[in-house]
Design a protein around this ligand. Structure first.
Ligand SMILES: Cc1cc2nc3c(=O)[nH]c(=O)nc-3n(C[C@H](O)[C@H](O)[C@H](O)COP(=O)(O)OP(=O)(O)OC[C@H]3O[C@@H](n4cnc5c(N)ncnc54)[C@H](O)[C@@H]3O)c2cc1C
Length: 475
């Protein structure tokens, strides 16, 4: 067998001998996957089909010891190191040609302590897997809206979903983490131990080390939540939007209502003639008492003349998968996102005009509602600084045919540019595509950037963890 040639962090190449690779294989509890070997293709394949890259060697660790060994190998040989959780990130930085790739997706343990209301979660766990374990005890922590997303990447960027207005971001519920830092040692980061590192990993992404275990705080949730969709034709949206904005501004923390502008999928509760037409979807969830929930959602449900209303009690775990069929892996995707403190009439106009000319049937414009508990956390408490944001607009451009790549990317960019004057200039790091390096400092991190760069200089001065939305170590 020939040597394994890998790219180094400084753009050169290193050949790892067959003996070295065999020794690595023998020592690991997990697996090594080389190109052509079983498992290699599935490890390198991620959610966004725009990313088609071939790492030179993949390590699938079974535990922290394997991660430590891999980090030391990367450091010793100066290798370019890519780290994958569940492989959902739009930017695709979890995989790189000729890199050493650490694929954590097999590390799947979740342990719930129902009495303490805490969870220990390994970095390959998906949101659906975490919810499944926590809901066995009627518990949950705020996570995202698509169950196949990875807990690891979501947490490291901030993390928000249906529970966030009530219970905060995912990072606001992180109690501690085990982190393998660039020198190949494992440290426990919490408010008391390595507090700077603990601050940085709550929003700063994978810049500071490989997290091998997360500890979360849990809250009683469900087992059912009042949740569902109210669907209007897009032609009513201009009239409805001001009322939507007024009602959500008054909403209690328990209630979250997102707007989705898209073409109607062939949902069984929609008349056939509606399928494929543009709609405004109000997706809502009330986390609390059912009776109070019915009162809280009533004004939103009574807006206009909806073509469908499927709001009712649903198992929390079912609601957490409601958007999965529209967000399956394997499609081509390009996203761009803006934060807003309020949605002006001008911004709404741009959203609706573009919703009327989506470049493919799978595209959607998401208006995520934040505020509530998320915004009561001080800006400097974690490395997620966007604590004044009420709405996150995420343009989910999605298509299947590669011939549409340029059309779809161009459409996304012109919509993004049009919205820019109305937005804060901030952006949620987990919604940034790979080509947005110029937004990392000011847009993603703003007031947190200088401190993040100092923490980076302490824990990763050589920038071993550079395949991410990268924070350069402070000089
Ligand atoms: C369809 C879809 C829906 C989404 N919905 C939401 C939502 O509702 N709310 C929300 O907040 N976000 C949402 N996101 C964004 C999501 O939070 C990010 O894509 C997140 O990075 C996914 O994590 P992952 O582990 O699956 O990704 P990966 O691609 O595996 O990882 C992303 C990056 O994180 C780093 N990383 C991953 N694991 C580790 C680790 N253990 N240690 C160190 N670094 C690591 C690496 O730098 C890697 O490149 C959504 C994404 C998609 C595609």
């Amino acid at each position: 067998m020939p040597d394994v040639v890998l790219e180094t962090a400084n753009g050169g190449h290193v050949a790892l001998s067959t003996e070295l690779v065999a020794g690595l294989r023998a020592r690991l509890r997990g697996a090594v996957r080389l190109p052509g070997e079983p498992g290699y293709e599935s490890c390198r394949t991620i959610w966004n089909a725009m990313i088609d890259r071939r790492p030179g060697l993949i390590v699938c660790p079974a535990g922290a010891a394997d991660v430590i060994e891999t980090v030391r190998l990367a450091r010793e040989h100066g290798l370019l190191l890519a780290v994958k959780g569940a492989g959902h990130n739009i930017a695709g930085l979890a995989v790189r040609d000729r890199a050493l790739m650490l694929d954590l997706s097999g590390m799947k343990s979740v342990r719930i302590d129902p009495a303490a209301r805490t969870a220990r979660v390994e970095p390959g766990v998906t949101l659906g897997e975490f919810d499944r374990e926590a809901q066995a005890f009627g518990l949950a922590t705020p996570l995202g809206i698509n169950s196949t997303t990875g807990v690891a990447g979501l947490t490291l960027g901030g993390g928000f979903g249906w529970l966030s207005r009530k219970h905060g971001l995912t990072v606001d519920n992180l109690i501690s983490a085990d982190v393998v830092t660039a020198d190949g040692t494992l440290v426990h980061a919490s408010a008391k131990e390595h507090p700077d590192l603990f601050w940085a990993i709550r929003g700063g992404g994978g810049n500071f080390g490989v997290v091998t275990s997360f500890e979360f705080r849990l809250h009683p949730v469900g087992p059912e939540v009042l949740s569902g969709l109210v669907i209007h034709p897009l032609s009513s949206a201009r009239e409805l939007f001001p009322d939507y904005l007024r009602l959500v501004a008054e909403a209690p923390d328990e209630l979250t209502c997102w707007v989705v502008l898209r073409k109607a999928p062939p949902l069984p509760f929609l008349a056939k003639e509606v399928h494929g037409t543009e709609v405004m979807v109000l997706a809502m969830c009330y986390v609390g008492d059912g009776e109070a929930g019915l009162k809280a959602v009533a004004p939103l449900r009574s807006l206009g003349r909806p073509i469908a209303d499927v709001v009712g009690p649903h198992a929390f775990t079912t609601w957490q998968t409601a958007f999965d069929p529209l967000l399956t892996p394997g499609a081509r995707n390009y996203w761009k996102s803006h934060d807003f403190t309020s949605l002006s009439g001008g911004a709404v106009q741009i959203l609706l005009d573009n919703a009327g000319r989506l470049p493919s049937p799978e595209c959607e414009i998401f208006v995520g509602q934040l505020g509530g508990a998320v915004n009561r956390v001080p800006v400097d408490a974690t490395a997620y600084p966007h604590r004044n944001v009420e709405f996150v607009v995420n343009v989910h451009t999605r298509w299947s045919d590669a011939a549409l790549d340029q059309t779809c990317v161009n459409w996304t960019r012109q919509l993004f540019d049009g919205l820019a004057p109305h937005a804060t200039g901030g952006v949620y790091v987990n919604f940034m595509p790979e080509d947005e390096t110029e937004r990392i400092r000011g847009g993603a991190y703003g007031p947190c950037y200088a401190r993040l760069a100092r923490v980076k200089a302490t824990y990763d001065p050589g920038n071993l963890f550079r395949l991410n939305h990268n924070i350069a170590p402070a000089a």
